[in-house]
Design a protein around this ligand. Sequence first.
Ligand SMILES: [Ca+2]
Ligand SMILES: [Ca+2]
Ligand SMILES: [Ca+2]
Length: 393
Amino acid sequence: MATPQAAGIAAYVWAVNPDLSVSEVMDIIRSTAEARATNTLAPPGKTCHEVVPQPVVDAYAAVLLAGGSDARRALLDANGNGTFDHNDIEKFLEVYLDTLKADTLDYSRFDLNGDGITGGRGKDRFDLNMNGEYSLISQTIEGESFPFDESSVTDLEILCYYAYSDLYSGDTENRRELLDGLCGLTDIDGNVYRVVIIDDQWWMAENLRTTRYRNGENIRTNLSDSEWEFTTSGAYAIYPHHDVDYINSESEMIETFGLLYNWYSVVDTRGLCPEGWRVPSDADWLLLETYLGGGDIAGGKMKTTGTLEGEDGLWHEPNRGATNESGFTGLPGGVRLSVGDFRSIGNSGNWWSSMEDASYSAWYRLLSYYTSSLPRFSGFKRNGFSVRCMRNE
Ligand SMILES: [Ca+2]
Ligand SMILES: [Ca+2]
Ligand SMILES: [Ca+2]
């Protein structure tokens, strides 16, 4: 016999979709139930640690699942006119961009993931593709495939997912303008990057791979070792894929690790990052490091997991401390040394800051396979390093 709570949810699910059979309603309720240790009061004779997690039905998920596309569309139709278009996106963004920091309970109609917080960085599970499961799926955003982990999504991620689904019936150019830099970030070449919010900072979650400055002019490339060594103007290089047996082509190399830029391109006034974004300053990196628990452990939270030896990652063993808890998704793209040689792919990732040290050197950050730290070094401006852009406030 159903518990009163489950019976109540069943009644509600039927109200949303009267066509469902008894077994379909049961399936929905079962698929939205999970074991949660909600009881913090121990029964007599037991400590809290011995409390067995009880199945708890996620009523919000059950109702959404019963309602299918109609329920999703109603949820996304912020202005209540029956369709989900760019006007609704605009309305969501007005709320989200104002409330991004406010992690207070409110249960507003803009709380898409049902975690009780509007906007913000709160994550909860949400069955985006409506198949009754919570798994890793993808959505194509501006021509690029983006991963979505249904077991842990923010309100903004849900908006991004559906804005590029067939539930969206608005203008595509308006959509791109509203969501660029939020769902993904487009550079002057048309590459689209994943974006991650870490504390208050918005970061690209992939390495930059633009071949042009923001104003459309080409960044120099194909420099010989000696040209690379003696140039004092912006240039980029591509790590040779022939040196790396697990990368099969130049385009795969660029897609995976991005390009390696010297520091002169970082500060070129024509702009290396897309409009509204910048190469992080030394102070920006320090904020990130502090937020992630300090320099000794921050690096681990920024590195992708797995190893080349284990065939489940791109770092060499031991890839110490790697959890990618931050979502930064740091990869070991190696360097083009100031003398022109390419080194360290699989061993280290190096990212420029915009801060100069001496006339010939500037500050950068390093992630390494053998440590979980995030050290700060000064290096020759002629080095070719990876670049991440971050959003201007
Ligand atoms: Ca609408
Ligand atoms: Ca929420
Ligand atoms: Ca799903």
